[in-house]
Structures are given as C-alpha cells and as structure tokens.
Write a protein that binds this ligand. Structure first.
Ligand SMILES: Nc1ncnc2c1ncn2[C@@H]1O[C@H](COP(=O)(O)OP(=O)(O)OP(=O)(O)O)[C@@H](O)[C@H]1O
Ligand SMILES: N[C@@H](CCO)C(=O)O
Length: 335
C-alpha cells in the first residue's frame, strides 16, 4: 500500500459516532464460474462513515481518480438505500474512503464500494439489517453476486442471483494457494466487457462451463489442486473478451507451462489472475511470463502477489475517531 502523508482532512472530532469498515478486493468468475464464483483477496479498501449536518465525502489514495465526491457517489447512494430499507432517515453523511483496489481493472472495486457502504451504513444504525439482507441488496445493485459475495463474506463464494434472490456458500481455500495478478495499465469498464458477450450461447458451451465450474468448486473443496488446470477453462465469456486484452489468449494457453495451477481473466478484466501453489517456487517465472507476454502485445502491466482472504467486510472497533482515517490505517498496517 502507498498511504499519503498527514493533513488529509479533519479528524472526526465532533463527538458523533463514526464507524469503520475494511473490505477486501475480489476476483470473479475464476474462468468458468461466470457470475457465480468469487474469491476475496488480501487487497483492501477502508470506509469511515458518520452522520453529519452536511454531507462531505473525502477520497484518498491513488485509485480514486474520477470518483465523485458529491451525493452521486456510489458509497453515499448505497448507504441511503440501507437507511431507506431500515426505515430511518440520515440524508447527511460524513464519508472518508481509502482504497488500494485499482478502479475498473477486474478486481471488484465497485463491489468493494457497494459492500463497504452497506456494511458501514448498517453498522451506523445498529445492524438493523442481516448479512443475508445486505447480500440481497448487494447482488441487486451489482447485478451479479460473485464480487459482492466474496467481498461481503470472504473466502471463495459460490453463489447465484436469479434477479430476485441470491444464495451463497463460502469455502475457505487452503493456505498454500497463492494468487498472482497482472494488472494492465488501462481501464476496462465491466459494462463494456459485458457488451461484447452474445445474448445466447450454444448448448455445448453451456455444458462445457457447467462441468468445468463444478469441477473447480470440487477441487477447492477437496484440495485437489492438480485438477485446477483442467477445471479453470471457460467457453462463455473469455473467448469473446480476449480481443479487449491483447496477449490474453497466449497467456491463457501457456501460463500452466510457466508454473500456474490455472489462469483466468479476473472478473471482466483486463487483469489476468493466476493461481499458484506456494510450494512450487515458480512465482518469479510466472510473473516474468505474464508481463513479457503482455509487453510483446504492447501492454504495460503491474503485478501483485496476493493471497485469498478468508474474512469478508469487517467493522473495525479499534479505529480511533479522533484521528484521520489515514492515520488509523497506518496504525493498523504497523500493528
Ligand atoms: N470507492 C468508490 N466510490 C465510488 N464509486 C466507486 C468506487 N470504486 C469504484 N466505484 C465505481 O465503480 C466503477 C468501476 O466498476 P466496474 O464494475 O467497471 O469495475 P471493477 O468493479 O473495478 O471491476 P470488476 O467488476 O470487473 O471486478 C468506477 O468507475 C466507479 O464508478
Ligand atoms: N461476473 C462479472 C464480474 C465483473 O464484475 C463479469 O464477468 O462480467
């Protein structure tokens, strides 16, 4: 993380209650589990929220460029939905947010904002809504349950949303599973990456994905990581999205030769996400392969070594309302 220095806005010193939420990034689909599988990652955003006389929204970190600071902000709007559902009114909010999750890259930034806002607003009103209700709201807002399920509950989530209800089961991957992401230095909005998908798919492709997604879940549940290379294949979205990410097809074809247990487009992209066995010792080779291949296709990318995160969004009780959000986070990182 790269935290800014001090002087990032006023400390919460008016004596009113503030709540703090830490929410993980997420990767969706994991190849074949389109709109169904999600995994929380140890890359985070933090939200501070309090009731105020006048709305103020402060955004910190390198990842917030272009995000509005008025009442059109997603966090503000989602918080209002929580209050409305709970039958209370708090039109003015003091919100601060710091995020290490890159925007519009396929690492669930919008889901982190939605989930962080839901959990923070709910905490502010004494947890009037259940986690199940928050999950229904999150899935309806994001229009698919994969990223929001992972950010809310942590671990690997297997979920559906049928347009009116969402259900999920959480599985915690073993410790030896590591994640390597290559994040191209360009943004790809989910909306754009969904618009290239066909409205209908051949039955054989649907059957292909049901088998592969099912095998992938079974591989996670049983620790049969040798099956991930076979299971993490997709016929429903990656073939259509490949032209949006130059180099992606070569990477999907060859990453296992360079040490990946499996590889996929992360969410709607453009990030590519490889799973690794910690004991393989091949992380550096794989990292080179990913960045070199993207570079061959004219794409600069940054890599991050991550891990699955077992915990979902968490209300932090140890943050001090008398210092800034940034100072609280710095304290947490040091702790
Ligand atoms: N902290 C935030 N506050 C307000 N809005 C945000 C925040 N983070 C993300 N967003 C909104 O979400 C948009 C990005 O959502 P999008 O679904 O395109 O990408 P993503 O969530 O990063 O990727 P993916 O869904 O593929 O994992 C941003 O352009 C912004 O409008
Ligand atoms: N399942 C979604 C995740 C992106 O938010 C997609 O692939 O479009």
């Amino acid at each position: 993380m790269s935290l800014p220095g001090n002087g990032n806005g006023p400390a919460a010193g008016d004596g009113r209650r503030k709540v703090y939420v830490k929410v993980p990034a997420s990767t969706a689909n994991l190849g074949p589990g389109f709109d169904a599988l999600g995994m929380a990652l140890n890359l985070y955003a933090w939200i501070e929220m309090g009731i105020a006389d006048r709305t103020e929204i402060r955004l910190y970190g390198d990842q917030m460029e272009g995000v509005p600071t008025d009442k059109s902000n997603l966090v503000y709007k989602v918080a209002q939905q929580v209050f409305e559902k709970a039958g209370v009114s708090h039109p003015e909010l003091d919100i601060a947010m710091y995020s290490d999750i890159p925007l519009t890259r396929g690492l669930g930034s919008s889901a982190s904002a939605i989930v962080g806002a839901l959990v923070a607003a709910n905490a502010l009103i004494g947890s009037a809504l259940s986690d199940y209700e928050l999950f229904q709201m999150a899935s309806a807002l994001e229009k698919h349950p994969d990223n929001v399920g992972a950010s809310l509950f942590g671990g690997l989530t297997v979920a559906f949303w049928d347009g009116t209800r969402a259900e999920h089961i959480r599985v915690v991957p073993e410790d030896r599973l590591e994640v390597l992401v290559a994040i191209p230095r360009f943004q790809l909005a989910t909306e754009k990456a969904r618009n290239v998908l066909p409205a209908e798919v051949p039955m054989k492709d649907a059957v292909f994905n049901i088998g592969h997604a099912s095998l992938l879940v079974a591989a996670f549940c049983t620790g049969r990581y040798d099956q991930i290379r076979h299971a993490m294949k997709d016929a429903l979205h990656q073939p259509y999205r490949a032209p949006l990410v130059p180099g992606m097809s070569d990477i999907l074809e060859q990453a296992e030769v360079h040490g990946a247990l499996g590889i996929a487009l992360s969410g709607a992209g453009p990030t590519l996400l490889a799973l690794l066995d910690r004991e393989s010792g091949r992380g550096a080779e794989l990292e080179r392969f990913l960045t070199d291949t993207l570079k061959l296709h004219g794409i600069e990318a940054d890599t991050m070594r991550l891990k699955p995160c077992a915990e979902g969004a968490t209300v932090l009780t140890h943050f001090d309302p008398h210092v800034t959000l940034i100072d609280n986070i710095k304290g947490e990182v040091r702790a």
